[in-house]
Design a binder for this molecule. Structure first.
Ligand SMILES: Nc1ncnc2c1ncn2[C@@H]1O[C@H](COP(=O)(O)OP(=O)(O)O)[C@@H](O)[C@H]1O
Ligand SMILES: [Mg+2]
Length: 396
């Protein structure tokens, strides 16, 4: 039976037909090998860190296999969650319960039944994991409450010493302190940093997938999609799937990905993303308490304040996830028409700092950028993609 596009390109699940193995830059070994190697070291905890949507979860699923992986999310933990109870139930073990036993009372015909409560001990759970060769993966560790993270690290420390296998996945700079800076764990930690995807690696997803579907794509077209995917395999999978849908819906019935449909595919892809609140918060900037902000006349004939200019500058070509201050300033100066005033560098810097503060105070979906040491980091590739293609910039 012919493969369907949705089986080949899978932005939200394990990509069986388009799985790409990559080499990690530091060691020239594949990520699969490094993870396998790390898991095999008894008594060590594995810390896998990398930006959002880079394939961290998929890597664990590939290496450990669905039979042996027990996935828990940081979001499953509340302040009160019992670590071992959760770890047991995710592995299909009943942690607490009752069993009834019947006994013949000696010397009589009477039966005596008794209900006994039991609760599994931590030791039993660790043994179960060891006997079944299970590996616990605590995914998106940054979603666990901060207080709780330290206590989880404590529990893990003790368990791994007894041969329990666990991997903790987190975003860089945010939540890995509980693990990587935990003195108790030092010397018993395998660290794997997942680097963003290169254009060539992303391109392979399209080349492999379209070939499986019998659809032609030129190398240059695949490269363009890869650039637009902003180092994220998930975006690559999304865009390719949308291209297939567009081809399927078109009357001409072509089996070739033409350059002309790319923009449409990008725009359709953003329909799945919900960043409009993030964009409008960024454009508004912090509360001015009634004061009016300076406005700057742009080449498109409209006027923008500094926050709107920053948002516009991030969305400009080429798409970049890590922008130096000079680049941002340059982009803004290109947007503002020459004959009017331009925002001072200091103003741009201060506004970037305030923007970061504003976003950081909000829920996780808002944490799309970081500004430090003169560099603006876009943390979420899907956000930048939305900004570029989602008509995200609203004119007020
Ligand atoms: N090695 C890979 N090859 C091809 N596609 C991948 C690969 N890793 C991830 N992807 C794609 O990216 C999506 C997101 O990956 P995921 O592991 O969930 O990211 P993360 O856990 O880092 O946020 C996957 O659903 C899949 O579509
Ligand atoms: Mg994940």
């Amino acid at each position: 039976m012919a493969l369907k596009a949705e089986d080949v390109f899978r932005p939200g699940a394990f990509p069986e037909y388009t799985y790409i193995s990559r080499k990690s830059a530091v060691s020239d070994l594949s990520y699969e090998f490094r993870l396998m190697q790390a898991i095999k070291v008894s008594g060590f905890l594995t810390s896998l860190v990398g930006p959002s949507k880079m394939g961290k979860t998929i890597l664990c699923e590939k290496v450990i296999g669905f039979e042996k992986i027990v996935e828990v999310s940081g979001a499953d933990f509340g302040e009160e969650t019992d670590f071992w109870k959760l770890v047991a139930s995710k592995a299909g073990l009943a942690y607490e319960g009752q069993f009834s036993s019947e006994k013949l009372i000696t010397g009589t015909q009477d039966r005596y039944s008794k209900n006994e409560a039991f609760s599994l001990t931590k030791d039993k759970i660790i043994d179960y994991y060891k006997n079944e060769n299970l590996v616990l993966v605590i995914d998106d560790f940054h979603y666990a409450p901060e207080e709780k993270r330290m206590r989880i690290a404590q529990q893990l420390k003790d368990a791994i010493r007894r041969g329990f296998k666990a991997i903790v996945i987190s975003l860089p700079h945010r939540a890995d302190e509980a693990i990587r800076r935990n003195a108790d764990l030092s010397g018993r930690l395998s660290m794997i940093n997942m680097e963003p995807w290169e254009v060539n690696e992303l391109k392979e997803i399209a080349v492999l997938g379209f070939e499986k579907l019998g659809i032609q794509i030129e190398d240059a077209v695949a490269t363009q999609i890869a650039i637009e995917s902003l180092s994220s395999p998930q975006l690559m999978q999304y865009i390719c799937l949308n291209i297939c849908t567009i081809l399927e819906m078109s009357e001409s019935n072509t089996r070739c990905v033409k350059q002309e449909i790319l923009e449409t595919a990008y725009r359709y892809t953003t329909a799945n993303f919900e960043y409009s609140d993030v964009v409008s918060l960024m454009q508004k900037g912090p509360n001015t308490r009634g004061k009016n902000r300076n406005r700057f006349r742009s080449n498109d004939g409209r006027e923008y304040d500094i926050y709107e200019l920053i948002v516009k500058s991030i969305a400009e070509n080429p798409p970049i996830m890590k922008l130096k201050f000079e680049d941002i300033k340059e982009r803004i100066y290109c947007l503002v028409s020459d004959d009017c005033g331009k925002p001072a560098p200091q103003t741009i810097k201060e506004s970037l700092a305030k923007l970061r503060e504003l976003l950081d105070a909000r829920e996780d979906i808002f944490k799309v950028l970081d500004w430090k040491e003169g560099i603006l980091y876009i943390l979420d590739p899907l956000f930048l993609f939305y900004l570029r293609w989602g008509g995200g910039i609203k004119h007020v």
